[in-house]
Write a protein that binds this ligand. Structure first.
Ligand code: NCD
Length: 306
C-alpha cells in the first residue's frame, strides 16, 4: 500500500482491508503500552487540512502521526488563508511546496480528496468529503466489530438513520460487504437513498425489521448541517419512530454491538441509556480510531514494516 491514496473503500481489496486491520491490531498494543512512540515515520511530515469541523478524526490522525514519530501540523479553515479566498488547489500546492509527505483532508464537497490526489503528489487521505466517503471511520468500525465479534463475515449489520447524507454509511457498506457481512439499512423514506442496488444490502422503511436479530447496529447522526428542513416532521417524532432506545434494542440479539461515529444527538437518533449501556462500543471506537489511523499512515508512507 506504499504511496496509495486513501480516497474510499470502493478502491480497497479485501486483502488490503485485512492488512489494515492486522496492522491496526499491532498499533493498538503500542497505544496500550507505556511509551507511545515508534520511529516508523521519523523525519516525515503530515498536514491535517480540516475544512469542516472535527474532534475525533482530526485529533486521532494528529496523535496517530505523532505516535509514529512524524511531524504533524493541523490547519483549520477559520485560521487559514482560505478565509481570504485562497482556492483549494493553491492551498494544496502551498502545503506541497513545504515538503509534506501526506495530507489528511476533510472537506464539505464530495470529490475533494480525489481532486487533491490529482493536483498534488503527497499521499492523500480522505477524512470525510461531503456525503461521499469516510474510509478511516469505516475501517475503525470494521476493526471494532471484529474485536468484539471475532469476525465480519455472516454478521447482520443494521445501519440506521440519515443514510442519505452519511459518508460513514457509504464507506461502511463498501467495507462490510467486501468482508462478507450482510447490511440492512433503515431510516425515514426521505433520508434513504432513492436507488440502492448493491449485493448484500437490504433497504427497509421499518426500522424494527432492520434491527431484528442484528449482531451490530450502527446508528448515524442526523446530519442537520447537510439537509434542508422538512425531511422529518419533528425531533420528537423522529426519536419515537426511528430513535434507538432500550425498548427497541430488545429486538436485536442480546449481545448486539452498538456503534455510533459521533458526535451523537442524544435523545434524537440514540437514547442516553443506549450510548452508555452495556452493549455500547462507542468509546472503544474512538480508541480504535487512533490505531487504525496509525496503520493507514504506516502502510501508505512506510510500506508497513513494524
Ligand atoms: C462523522 C463524520 O464527520 O462524518 N464523524 C466522525 O468522523 N467521527 C459522522 C458525523 O459527523 O455524523
Amino acid at each position: 500500500m506504499l504511496g496509495k491514496n486513501i480516497l474510499g473503500l470502493e478502491n480497497f481489496s479485501a486483502e488490503e482491508i485485512r492488512l489494515v486491520l492486522k496492522t491496526a491490531r499491532e498499533m493498538k498494543k503500542i497505544i496500550g503500552g507505556g511509551v507511545k512512540k515508534l520511529p516508523n515515520l521519523r523525519g516525515r511530515a503530515i498536514v491535517n487540512l480540516f475544512l469542516e469541523p472535527s474532534t475525533r478524526t482530526r485529533t486521532s490522525f494528529e496523535l496517530a502521526g505523532k505516535y509514529l514519530g512524524a511531524d504533524v501540523v493541523s490547519i483549520n479553515a477559520s485560521t487559514s488563508s482560505i478565509v481570504k479566498g485562497e482556492s483549494l488547489r493553491d492551498t494544496l500546492m502551498t502545503i506541497e511546496a513545504m515538503g509534506v509527505d501526506a495530507v489528511v483532508i476533510r472537506h464539505k464537497a464530495e470529490g475533494a480528496a480525489e481532486y487533491a490526489a490529482q493536483v498534488v503528489k503527497p499521499v492523500i487521505i480522505n477524512a470525510g468529503d461531503g456525503a461521499h466517503a469516510h474510509p478511516s471511520q469505516a475501517l475503525l468500525d470494521l476493526f471494532t466489530i471484529e474485536q468484539f465479534k471475532g469476525r465480519l463475515a455472516g454478521l447482520k449489520v443494521a445501519i440506521v438513520g440519515d443514510i442519505l447524507h452519511s459518508r460513514v454509511a457509504r464507506s461502511d457498506i463498501f467495507g462490510l460487504t467486501k468482508m462478507g457481512a450482510e447490511i440492512h439499512l433503515a431510516g425515514p423514506k426521505t433520508l434513504l437513498p432513492r436507488f440502492f442496488e448493491f449485493d448484500g444490502v437490504t433497504v427497509h422503511e421499518n426500522i424494527d425489521a432492520a434491527i431484528e436479530n442484528a449482531d451490530v447496529i450502527n446508528i448515524l447522526r442526523i446530519q442537520l448541517e447537510r439537509q434542508q428542513s422538512g425531511l422529518f416532521p419533528s425531533a420528537r417524532e423522529y426519536a419515537r419512530v426511528f430513535g434507538i432506545n432500550e425498548a427497541r434494542l430488545r429486538l436485536a440479539k442480546d449481545d448486539v454491538l452498538i456503534l455510533h461515529p459521533g458526535p451523537q444527538n442524544k435523545g434524537l437518533e440514540i437514547s442516553n441509556a443506549v450510548v452508555y449501556g452495556a452493549n455500547s462500543a462507542i468509546h472503544e471506537q474512538v480508541q480504535n480510531g487512533v490505531a487504525v489511523r496509525m496503520a493507514l499512515l504506516d502502510l501508505t508512507l512506510n510500506g508497513g514494516q513494524l
